[in-house]
Design a protein around this ligand. Structure first.
Ligand SMILES: Nc1ncnc2c1ncn2[C@@H]1O[C@H](COP(=O)(O)OP(=O)(O)OP(=O)(O)O)[C@@H](O)[C@H]1O
Ligand SMILES: [Mg+2]
Length: 345
């Protein structure tokens, strides 16, 4: 699916439409958008009220006539029209006008590994609606590997793990191509949900939709590791009475609750390693796993992987930006053509 570098170099802008965040890179200008993939709509008039950070803040706080929507779900654009409107707003008039001036506007987008034709079509349609005459698709795994500076073009194996909001993708790359890969439909959202469910069942407490991250932060520093405070105080609403209440939560129990989704991720890694040719596995034992994507920042996640696999684990610098920065590097031609396209095919 991944487009050739030559084609990518001709693109004017690149988009990473994630389940959690939307990022846009404009050639020559760099990263111009990094905002939540959220839009708030007036249901009476159909007008867009807000997008990005501001729309996300409205979640759970809107009167009946305002609806907060997420046009990207599970890594796929599910509402093409809304995604286009959201992107137009996020990109802004000035940048859009300057893009429009290009005679044949070309765009690039990264799509999840194994995205089906329908999902690919939805990504293309979204960008065509923004004026692109041609859209090149790049596998997120390749974009992220380029973005975090992995030597993907060499004949040695590297392992990358893209920890997104909706999914975790793991791959072994060699010679610029994917040797083995898995997409596990478990990501940051599943971890947040596990915490919400735990508090509901064990403490009969409902969390306001935006306070899961603060809970992770309360656990943080030590996150998934057993050091650190034994309990933490959480404010929420009683499930039965609906009144505000705060409880002391046992951090070890929260860590156990998060363990379930993370086990699925470990299974996926194991599967990739088992199916990988032995020569490459030997390389991996030295080089280890590179973690990218926002959920790579989940405190203690890297340590857990280290324990489970016995391999070195690294977190990329600014892990959440790797995919879009990789697309940017390809647009700007910072990657030599032979790198991803050795035969010039
Ligand atoms: N500091 C942090 N600690 C824990 N989790 C974090 C942190 N920062 C971001 N996340 C999580 O990372 C996820 C967002 O990551 P990212 O921006 O890579 O997702 P995305 O690209 O929109 O999703 P996808 O690639 O699955 O479509 C969210 O689920 C968020 O909860
Ligand atoms: Mg992503």
């Amino acid at each position: 699916m991944t487009a050739s570098l030559e084609q990518l170099r001709r693109c004017h802008f690149a988009v990473d439409l994630g389940a959690a965040r939307t990022r846009v890179y404009v050639k020559g200008a760099g990263l111009v958008v990094d905002q939540p993939s959220v839009a708030a709509v007036n249901t009476r008039t159909g007008a867009l009220i807000a997008v990005g950070e501001f729309a996300e803040k409205m979640t759970g706080r809107t009167p009946a006539y305002i609806r907060v929507v997420r046009p990207v779900n599970g890594g796929t654009v599910v509402d093409i029209e809304m995604a286009q409107r959201m992107l137009r707003q996020l990109i802004g008039d000035r940048t859009r006008r300057s893009l429009r001036r290009r005679p044949r506007l070309r765009a690039a987008a990264c799509t999840p590994h194994d995205a089906d034709p329908l999902a690919q079509r939805a990504a293309i349609e979204t960008l065509v609606g923004l004026g692109a005459r041609r859209v090149e698709l790049v596998d997120t795994l390749i974009a992220a590997a380029v973005g975090c500076g992995l030597p993907v073009e060499r004949p040695e194996a590297t392992m990358i793990m893209v920890c997104g909001a909706a999914a975790t993708q793991v791959a072994v790359l060699s010679l610029g191509a994917i040797v083995q890969a898995q997409r596990i439909p478990v990501g940051g959202e599943a971890v947040d949900n596990a915490i919400v469910q735990h508090l509901r069942h064990q403490h009969e407490l409902m969390l306001p939709s935006q306070s899961v991250r603060p809970l992770q932060l309360a656990l943080s520093g030590n996150g998934l590791t057993p050091e650190g405070p034994e309990s933490t105080e959480i404010h929420g609403r009683d499930v039965a009475t609906g009144l505000a209440r705060s409880v002391k939560v046992d951090t070890a129990a929260v860590r156990r609750a998060i363990q379930t989704p993370l086990t699925a991720v470990l299974d996926g890694i194991g599967k990739v390693l088992r199916e990988c040719p032995p020569d490459l596995v030997a390389d991996l034992a030295d080089r280890g796993i590179m973690m990218v994507g926002g959920s790579a920042l989940l405190p203690g996640f890297d340590q857990m992987l280290r324990q489970a696999t016995g391999m070195p684990v690294h977190i990329a610098e600014r892990p959440e930006l790797c995919a879009v920065e990789g697309l940017g590097a390809m647009l700007e031609g910072r990657i030599a053509p032979m790198v991803l396209d050795p035969l010039g095919a």
